[in-house]
Design a protein around this ligand. Structure first.
Ligand code: 8YV
Length: 311
């Protein structure tokens, strides 16, 4: 008999098709309220990086054995509640690192050189009336990275090719040549570009607040490819609207797909729909890793990419 799997997130068709082929798939919501008696037989839950898997949902699933996340971030999953019950949690690290780092540089260059605004300028015929205003130089500028994990380190490697001077902040200093700051505020005061590649969760909630934006200053640019919750979006919209910040480029938002209305009318902000890892190759690799984790679990084999106990 095929094991029962609960799917609570939108997943690429190529992954959904494989799940439907190998498992008895039920589609449900993050509350699980609609499941009724079917909840009793669910052995695996498939979510994505944005999903909320709460203690309540886990509590509704008495036979749950494994939670499989399609994404590297699992800040929405109550890992402690899962581990207390002996439920494993897996995610998809490494396979998306290059794409997210590539996209961070895309956003950084795109907002500094105002590519989206320049595109509109050409399309709207404004060029004939005069040249496009000058933009912000990237090569050689100072870059601050918030969260020097796998993705932050990959961003730093790319930025070195642009001769950027790299600094970072995080929970601890690492054995790297980049300058370390203990707080994000000190880091922001010393850089031209601040790139967020930090995890979400209570530790990093609104880490980028109005004080950090003020430290970054009116010549500073913010880029976020981590989690929307790390940035206080209302404070950011206000700072950008009052030109107390030069620009921001965001791929992630506090309440996706809702975007703070204060950001939508501004041309010093570049907005993309949480697409940093969304290339064909990487979504295929993430899908393969989800399938590999499920197969290993049901075969009693070690999981390829489990979430560690304390994170
Ligand atoms: C999403 C992400 O998971 O990996 C992560 O943590 O945020 C993304 O890759 C992806 O959008 C799937 O929903």
């Amino acid at each position: 008999m095929k094991p029962n799997v609960l799917k609570i997130a939108r997943l690429p068709d190529l992954l959904s098709e494989r799940l439907y082929a190998d498992y008895q798939v039920l589609e449900g919501s993050e509350s699980g309220a609609e499941l009724g008696a079917t909840a009793a037989d669910i052995r695996a839950l498939v979510a994505n990086g944005e999903s909320r898997v709460t203690r309540e949902l886990i509590g509704r699933l008495p036979a749950l054995e494994v939670i499989v996340v399609f994404g590297v971030g699992y800040d929405g999953v109550d890992v402690q509640a899962a581990h207390e019950r002996g439920i494993s949690v897996t995610h998809t690290p490494d396979v998306l690192t290059d794409d997210v780092a590539d996209f961070a540089m895309t956003l950084l260059l795109g907002i500094a050189r105002r590519v989206a605004v320049a595109d509109r300028f050409v399309r709207e015929g404004a060029w004939a009336d005069g040249p496009f205003p000058f933009t912000r130089k990237v090569s050689g500028a100072r870059l601050g990275i918030v969260g020097l994990g796998r993705i932050g380190s990959a961003i730093a490697r790319r930025a070195l090719a642009f001769d950027m001077q790299i600094a970072y902040c995080g929970r601890r200093s690492r054995p790297v040549d980049y300058r370390y700051f203990a707080t994000v505020r000190e880091l922001a005061a010393e850089v031209d570009f601040l790139v967020v590649s930090a995890n979400g969760g209570t530790d990093t909630h609104h880490l980028i607040d109005s004080a950090v934006l003020e430290a970054l200053g009116s010549e500073g640019i913010l880029v976020n490819v981590g989690r929307g919750s790390v940035v206080d979006e209302a404070a950011l919209a206000k700072a950008l609207g009052e030109h107390r910040l030069l620009g921001a480029a965001l791929d992630v938002f506090e309440d996706e797909p809702w975007v703070h209305p204060g950001l939508l009318g501004l041309d010093n902000v570049l907005l993309t729909p949480h697409m940093a890892s969304a290339t064909w190759a990487t979504r295929r690799a993430m899908s393969n890793l989800v399938v590999a984790n499920l197969q290993a679990h049901f075969a009693g084999q070690p999981l390829p990419s489990p979430v560690p106990d304390s994170h």
